[in-house]
Ligand binder design. Structure first.
Ligand code: FAD
Length: 610
C-alpha cells in the first residue's frame, strides 16, 4: 500500500474543501485534497455568492474568473413574486411584488460602503470547476478527484486515513496532522462519532434543471429568482420557484433554468419523472413546454448542526457541520467562510507560531454563526407563507376561489381592494429578511479567546438581520475604507491578506507601530503595522470613510486578524505598547511568552511546510 505524509488532509471537493485548499495553498501549507466523485457537482444548487465570499475568493486569486462568468449585475438586482407564469386566466403572470435584492446589483449604498467586492451569482455547476482548476493550479498533483476516504483512525499524532483511488483501485494510506471533513457529512462524522441534529423534514423538494426558452412569458429583466405564487396550485411553496442559470444570457433570456417545487410526500407516484414534469408544466401553465431536462433531483429542506465542529485532529466544515434551507443562500457561503476561518489558524499552528487553543476558537466562533444561519434560513423559508396569508390563498381552496382572492389587487372597485394591496405590500416588505440580510451574511461577529473584549458597551443592533453597521469593536469585521499610500489607492481589507495581521494606529500612534514591528521581528510573525489618518500618516484616509468608523483616537490602535476580524482595540495610547501588544498576541495565538520572550506553544511545530 502506498503511504503519504502531509500536514493537512482535506476530504471533499465541494465549495468548502476547494476553498480550504486554495486558502492553505496561498498560506503556504502543504496539503492533499481527496474527493470521492470523478468531478465537481453535477447539480446547479447554490448560486448567490455574497460579499464576504467574494473577498475570500479575491484573496486566493479566483474572483476575477468568477465575476467574468457570473450574472451581470443588472440581471440580479431584484427578486419577484408573480401570479404563476402562464395560463388561461387573464391575470396569469402578473407581478405581485418586486423587491431589491443582494445589494441591488451593487447600487445599494450600504453594500458599496461595506466591501470593495460586489455580491455575484454563479451556479455551483459552473463555480466549482473554476475553484477546482484554481486549487489544482496552486497545488499541482495534490487535488485528487475520484479518491474516496474509506477508513480513518485518530491517534496522538493526528490521523491515518485510507483512501481508495477509484480510477486504479489502489489504496493509499495518508498520515496527516489535521483532517478537514468537507465531505457534506457523509463519511467522516459517522466514523469519528460527530452527528448532525435539528429539524430534518421541513419541506420535501424536487428540482428540475432544464434548458428552455421561457422568455415569451417573462418580464422584469432585473429579476434573478421568481416566486410563482400560482393560485391554481394554492400559493407559494405549493407552486414553485424559478431561477435563471444562464450561462450566456441572463434575466428573462436565460437559456437554462432550475424549477424547485414541493411535492406530496403521501403520493408514492409523485416522484416519478413523468409526474414531476407534468406537474412542472402545469404549474408553469405551458402544457406543451419544450424543455431539455438535464437532471431531476430530490432533496429535503433541513436545519441541522453538528454537535462538535472539532474532534481532536478532525475539523468539520460546510455541509458536514451544518445544513440549512437554501432560502437566503447561506449554505455555500458559510462553507466558504468556515474554510477561511479555520485555515489561517491552522497555518499559524503548523508553523509553530500559535498554540492548539487557537484551533478551538474555530468551533467557538463558527458554531454560533452557523447556528444563527440555520435559524435565519428556516425563518426565511417560512416567511414565504406570509404572501399566501396576505392574499388569503390556500391549497384547500378551489383554483377559482384562489383566483378570486387575487382580483382585488388589480380592480379597485372590488371589496377590500385597498386592504389586500396593503397586506401584500407588507408581506413583500417582510421578505427583506431574506433578500437584504446584510448583517447576517456579512456583519456577523465572533466571541472567543482570539478576540479581546475592550469593555465597551455591547453592540445593540438597529436591525440584527438587515442592517450591517460597521464597527471596530473587537469581534466585528474590519470596516471597509479605501486608503492611499503614495497616491496608490487600496481597500483596507485588501491589506489583510495571506495570513497577515494588521496593526492600524491613529495618525499619532507611532509608538504602536514601533511596538508591532519589534514584536513581529522577535516572533517572526506576519504583522503589517502603519498609521492611518487624514494627514501625517503612512496611509491617508482619502474619503474619510475610516474616520467615520474607526472610533479610536489619533493615539489609539486596532489589531486586525488575517481573516479581517478586529481582535483588539485601544481607544487611546498605552504606557507600554510593546508589553500590551505582546500580551494581545499571546491571547490571540493561544501562547504564553516567558520574560525572555521565548514562546510556549502547545501541540505544534513538528510539521513541515512548503
Ligand atoms: C437544491 C439545492 C439548492 C441549494 N441552493 C443553495 C443556494 O442557493 N445557496 C447556498 O448557499 N446553498 C444552497 N444549497 C446548499 C449548498 O449546495 C451546500 O451548502 C454546499 O454545496 C455545501 O458545500 P460543501 O463543500 O460543504 O459540501 P458538498 O458540496 O456536498 O461537497 C461534499 C464533497 O465531499 C465529497 N465526499 C463525500 N464523501 C466523501 C468521501 N468519503 N471521500 C472523499 N470525498 C467525499 C463529495 O464528492 C463532494 O465533493 C443548496 C442545496 C441544494 C440541495
Amino acid at each position: 500500500m502506498k503511504e503519504l505524509n502531509v500536514p493537512v488532509l482535506i476530504v471533499g471537493g465541494g465549495g468548502a474543501g476547494l476553498t480550504a485548499s486554495m486558502t492553505l495553498s496561498s498560506l503556504g501549507v502543504r496539503h492533499l485534497l481527496v474527493s470521492a466523485f470523478p468531478g465537481t457537482s453535477i447539480l446547479p444548487k447554490a448560486h448567490v455568492l455574497n460579499q464576504r465570499s467574494m473577498e475570500i475568493f479575491t484573496e486566493v486569486g479566483v474572483a476575477e474568473a468568477i465575476y467574468e462568468r457570473s450574472t451581470p449585475a443588472e440581471n440580479m438586482r431584484a427578486t419577484g413574486w408573480y401570479a404563476g407564469m402562464a395560463g388561461d386566466h387573464e391575470a396569469y403572470g402578473r407581478t405581485l411584488g418586486h423587491l431589491e435584492a443582494w445589494g441591488a446589483g451593487y447600487t445599494d449604498p450600504d453594500y458599496i460602503a461595506a466591501s470593495p467586492c460586489r455580491t455575484c451569482n454563479l451556479p455551483q455547476i459552473r463555480l466549482e470547476p473554476l475553484l477546482r482548476a484554481h486549487a489544482e493550479k496552486l497545488n499541482p498533483g495534490n487535488v485528487r478527484f475520484h479518491h474516496e476516504l474509506t477508513g480513518l483512525k485518530q491517534d496522538a499524532e493526528g490521523v491515518v486515513a485510507t483512501i481508495l483511488n477509484k480510477d486504479t483501485n489502489e489504496t493509499l494510506q495518508v498520515r496527516a496532522r489535521y483532517l478537514l471533513a468537507a465531505d457534506g457529512g457523509r463519511t467522516v462524522g459517522p466514523i469519528v462519532g460527530v452527528s448532525l441534529t435539528g429539524q430534518r423534514d421541513i419541506i420535501k423538494m424536487v428540482s428540475i434543471h432544464m434548458t428552455a426558452d421561457l422568455s415569451p412569458w417573462l418580464h422584469d429583466d432585473d429579476v434573478l429568482i421568481r416566486w410563482l405564487v400560482n393560485p391554481s396550485f394554492g400559493g407559494s411553496w405549493a407552486s414553485g420557484v424559478l431561477v435563471g442559470m444562464g450561462p450566456e444570457h441572463w434575466g428573462t433570456k436565460s437559456e437554462e433554468w432550475v424549477f424547485h417545487m414541493k411535492y406530496a410526500t403521501d403520493d408514492p407516484d409523485a416522484m416519478k419523472d413523468e409526474n414531476v414534469l407534468a406537474r412542472m408544466r402545469a404549474t408553469l401553465g405551458v402544457k406543451d413546454l419544450s424543455a431539455k431536462v438535464h437532471k431531476i433531483s430530490t432533496w429535503m429542506m433541513e436545519g441541522v448542526l453538528a454537535d462538535h465542529f472539532r474532534k481532536d485532529s478532525v475539523f468539520f466544515l460546510g455541509d458536514a457541520a451544518h445544513r440549512h434551507p437554501p432560502t437566503g443562500g447561506l449554505g455555500l457561503n458559510s462553507a466558504v467562510h468556515d474554510a477561511y476561518n479555520l485555515c489561517w489558524k491552522l497555518s499559524l499552528v503548523l508553523a509553530g507560531k500559535a498554540g492548539d487553543g487557537l484551533l478551538d476558537t474555530y468551533e467557538a466562533e463558527r458554531k454560533p454563526v452557523d447556528k444563527a444561519n440555520i435559524d435565519c434560513s428556516i425563518g426565511n423559508a417560512m416567511n414565504h407563507f406570509k404572501i399566501d396569508q396576505a392574499l388569503n390563498l390556500s391549497s384547500d381552496k378551489s383554483a377559482e376561489d384562489n383566483w378570486a382572492e387575487l382580483m382585488p389587487l388589480w380592480d379597485d372597485s372590488l371589496p377590500g381592494s385597498a386592504e389586500k394591496k396593503h397586506a401584500l405590500n407588507a408581506a413583500i416588505a417582510s421578505q427583506t429578511m431574506e433578500f437584504h440580510h446584510h448583517n447576517v451574511e456579512f456583519g456577523y461577529r465572533y466571541h472567543s479567546t482570539a478576540v479581546i473584549d475592550d469593555g465597551s458597551p455591547a453592540y445593540v443592533p438597529l436591525d440584527p438581520v438587515r442592517l450591517y453597521e460597521p464597527s471596530t469593536r473587537p469581534g466585528h469585521p474590519l470596516p471597509h475604507a479605501f486608503v492611499e499610500m503614495q497616491g496608490e489607492r487600496v481597500a483596507l481589507s485588501g491589506l489583510v491578506a495571506s495570513g497577515q495581521f494588521l496593526v492600524i494606529a491613529g495618525e499619532q500612534g507611532g509608538a504602536w507601530v514601533e511596538a508591532a514591528r519589534t514584536l513581529a521581528q522577535a516572533r517572526g510573525l506576519p504583522i503589517k503595522a502603519f498609521t492611518l489618518g487624514l494627514a501625517d500618516s503612512d496611509y491617508i484616509d482619502v474619503r474619510m470613510a475610516w474616520l467615520k468608523n474607526r472610533a479610536i483616537s489619533a493615539r489609539g490602535v486596532i489589531v486586525v486578524r488575517p481573516d479581517r476580524y478586529v481582535a483588539y482595540r485601544s481607544l487611546a495610547e498605552h504606557a507600554d505598547p510593546e508589553a500590551e501588544l505582546a500580551s494581545v498576541f499571546d491571547s490571540i495565538l493561544s501562547v504564553s511568552s516567558d520574560e525572555d520572550g521565548s514562546l510556549a506553544v502547545a501541540r505544534a511545530g513538528s510539521v513541515e511546510l512548503v
